[in-house]
Design a protein around this ligand. Structure first.
Ligand code: SAH
Length: 248
């Protein structure tokens, strides 16, 4: 372990930053990050923070200025080389706020590359705040040690989201019965670009199910005999996909 690792073992604050990260470079933390580092976590000059930007790996940065409004750090050593998560998107019909926060945080921890809210016939949440999704994926990525932050794709209706996907393979979580169990359905399928689709609390309409069953490159799967809430179903589906076709 390097010195910087040891220093961080006491607190291990990891922050996502926009700046390029390189030898002899520096970072200026945002107002919110400064508040968090200086006022909340009581970090000061000489303390080490881990930073990542989704492109240049993870770096240990030493704080060289810690003011009330601005905090600067100098990059010391690269602690991890950049890596990528599997090319997996999560498409989900938005649920109410607390469950939505939970869902996008867990999806980030489970290693999705992108998330997209989709409107369906029975979606009962009118609008999702994309800034809120963005804040949630960043926080979860910082906390779980990822080197990338999932992309938050603009919300679309189901048909548009499917056409946007092109030939990307789809794991369609169909609570409607008469489809094979997920583990069985995914076994032996090709890796590559995939998406998982989770429906709204009200379920998919019959038209939507017909459209999904007719789509090429689509594996309709069951997640067992119980109907799960959408957030639970997303976690179960992403776990099964990661185990069968991802990086677990
Ligand atoms: N139609 C249901 C509720 C849908 S649950 C009802 O009102 O009775 C929300 C979403 O979670 C579903 O659309 C589906 O994508 C997923 N889901 C939940 N349980 C599932 C299961 N046992 N198998 C497959 N998908 C499931």
């Amino acid at each position: 372990m390097s010195d910087s690792d040891t220093a961080c073992a006491t607190g291990k604050i990891r922050l996502f930053v926009g700046a390029d990260l390189r030898e002899d470079g520096g970072v200026e933390f945002s107002r919110d990050q400064t508040h968090y580092l200086v006022n909340v976590m009581r970090r000061g000059v000489g303390d080490t923070v881990l930073v990542f930007n989704g492109r240049d790996g993870e770096w240990a940065a030493e704080i060289v200025k810690a003011g009330k409004r601005s905090c600067l750090a100098e990059l010391r050593t690269q602690t991890r080389a950049q890596d990528q998560v599997p090319d997996l998107h999560l498409l989900f019909a938005p649920v109410k706020r607390a469950r939505l926060d939970f869902l996008v945080q867990k999806a980030t921890e489970l290693g999705v590359a992108a998330i997209r809210p989709v409107r369906t016939a029975h979606t009962n949440v009118a609008r999702v705040k994309e800034e809120r999704l963005a804040a949630n994926v960043i926080e979860a990525a910082e906390q779980c040690g990822r080197l990338t932050v999932p992309e938050v794709l603009p919300s679309l209706n189901l048909e548009a989201a499917l056409s946007e996907m092109g030939t990307r393979k789809l794991m369609f979580c169909d609570e409607g019965g008469n489809v094979p169990p997920a583990a069985e359905a995914l076994a032996g399928l090709e890796r590559g670009p995939w998406a998982v689709l989770i429906g709204p609390e009200g379920g998919f309409s019959e038209d939507e199910r017909a459209m999904l069953h007719a789509r090429p490159n689509t594996a309709a799967v069951s997640l067992g005999p119980r109907i799960m809430r959408a957030d639970t179903a997303a976690i179960a589906a992403l776990s099964l996909w990661q185990a069968a076709l991802g990086d677990w």
